[in-house]
Each structure stands twice: as structure tokens, then as C-alpha cells.
Design a protein around this ligand. Structure first.
Ligand SMILES: [Zn+2]
Length: 134
């Protein structure tokens, strides 16, 4: 589903995204009425990267002026992604809730038990306690 479809089908979610962003443009920081704020889609990466998408990374909430600017003089995708990166954690969390983000569960890599690793390092003399392990 592309962004336009999403907005048409999910008018409420679109509004909630704008509310999550605090009703301000994420580029210029100006406050705007929710009806005027627009959702800008950052061009998606490869299909492989979107297998488990964190959709809040793919959108920016912009005022009409900034949105026009983003398209008229295409703003580099890396800069757009930087705006997403510096998005406050509170806003990210709220946007993820709106977009139904499911974080992948973390499975730590298999390693030896820590006590066996420590014993091996200690016995081999790799651990110089006077230098705090360094
Ligand atoms: Zn703006």
C-alpha cells in the first residue's frame, strides 16, 4: 500500500500521525492546524529492507510550504532520513503505535557461558587486572 492509499483509507490514522508529531512541521518546526499538515513519504529503500518495516521511518510530517520545497528541489534522501533519526523518541513511539509497528524479537547470538569465557581469559593471562582488563 502506498502512502496516498494509506491516507485515503486511514484518515483517522493520518490525523493521529500529525498529532503524534505535535502538530508541527518536522522540517521548519512551525505549528500548523492538523488539516494543513501533510504526510511526506520518503522513498522506500529496497524491498529486502522493507520486509519488516518500521513505517515511521518512511514518513515526515511537513507543512505545505516545506512539502512543496521537498518536491520542487528534491531534498536528498539522506537528509530526510536524518530528520527521522533526530525525531524525538516520544514522537517515534507514538507514530509506531499509530502505524502498528511490531518490533522484531531479539535473539542473542549463541556464545559460551560468561563464566567459561572469564575463566579462559583469566587462566590465559589475557586479563591484566592492574590495567582494568585493558
Ligand atoms: Zn515546514
Amino acid at each position: 500500500m502506498d502512502l496516498r492509499e494509506f491516507q485515503n483509507l486511514n484518515a483517522v490514522k493520518s490525523r493521529l500521525l500529525k498529532i503524534a508529531a505535535g502538530g508541527v512541521c518536522e522540517h521548519c518546526g512551525e505549528a500548523y492546524p492538523f488539516a494543513l499538515l501533510e504526510i511526506h513519504a520518503i522513498y522506500p529503500r529496497s524491498r529486502a529492507d522493507t520486509a519488516c518495516p518500521d513505517l515511521q521511518k518512511e514518513v515526515l510530517i511537513l507543512c505545505p510550504e516545506c512539502h512543496r520545497f521537498f518536491h520542487a528541489r528534491p531534498v536528498q534522501v539522506s537528509i530526510q532520513r536524518q530528520l527521522v533519526r533526530y525525531r524525538p523518541k516520544k514522537v517515534k513511539t507514538a507514530m509506531r503505535q499509530v502505524l502498528g509497528y511490531q518490533p522484531r524479537s531479539y535473539v542473542p547470538p549463541e556464545t559460551n557461558p560468561p563464566d567459561a569465557i572469564f575463566r579462559e581469559m583469566f587462566e590465559s593471562g589475557a586479563l591484566d587486572l592492574c590495567l582494568n582488563g585493558g
